[in-house]
Design a protein around this ligand. Structure first.
Ligand SMILES: [Zn+2]
Length: 164
C-alpha cells in the first residue's frame, strides 16, 4: 500500500486572493547618523569644559546654544566634580536635582551647583532656583501652555529675581 501524500494547501471556501489585506511592510527610514556630543565624565575646570553640545536638556528637553551645564557630584575643594546629566542652564540642573536625588542629599548638591555656576559666571548665589516644569510648555499641555520663548523668558525672570 503506497503512503498517502499529504498536502499543505489550505482551502477556504468563499475567500479569494482579492479579499486578502496586503501584508506589505512599512519601511521605516533609518535614523540619520548624528554624532551626538559626549558629555565629559569629570569636570576639572571652566577652561577645560566643553563649550557647546547638540544634546537635549535633561530637564526641559530643549536644544540650546549655552555652555552645557551638569549636576556636579563629589565636588572637591579644587572644584573638580563628577558630571551627572546635561542641562541647558543651572536652573534646569537645580530643578532636576530636586526630582532625582534623596531629600537629604539635595542641599549639598544644590550648593555644589551654585559653586560651579559661580566658576562659569563669577556670580555667587546662595541657591540656584529651580526652573519651572517643562510641562508648562505647549508641546506638553496644548495651546494654553507657554511657547518655548515664553517658557525661557519665565526661567530668565526667575533666575534674575534670585540675584546674588
Ligand atoms: Zn533646560
Amino acid at each position: 500500500m503506497a503512503a498517502r501524500k499529504r498536502t499543505c494547501l489550505l482551502t477556504l471556501r468563499g475567500v479569494f486572493m482579492r479579499d486578502l489585506v496586503s501584508a506589505s511592510v512599512e519601511v521605516v527610514p533609518a535614523e540619520p547618523s548624528i554624532a551626538y556630543t559626549e558629555m565629559p565624565k569629570r569636570f576639572t575646570g571652566v577652561s577645560d569644559w566643553i563649550k557647546s553640545s547638540n544634546l537635549l536638556c535633561n530637564w526641559c528637553a530643549l536644544t540650546h546654544a549655552n555652555t552645557p551645564m551638569f549636576i556636579p557630584l563629589n565636588l572637591t575643594a579644587e572644584g573638580h566634580a563628577d558630571v551627572c546629566g546635561h542641562y541647558c542652564m543651572t536652573g534646569c540642573a537645580s530643578a532636576h536635582t530636586r526630582k532625582l536625588f534623596p531629600r537629604d542629599q539635595i542641599p549639598d548638591i544644590l550648593a555644589a551647583i551654585s559653586r560651579v555656576e559661580a566658576m562659569f559666571t563669577g556670580r555667587r548665589r546662595y541657591i540656584v532656583p529651580a526652573n519651572p516644569p517643562p510641562t508648562e510648555m505647549r508641546q506638553y499641555c496644548g495651546n494654553t501652555g507657554l511657547t518655548i520663548p515664553q517658557w525661557r523668558e519665565k526661567c530668565a525672570r526667575l533666575q534674575a529675581d534670585y540675584g546674588a
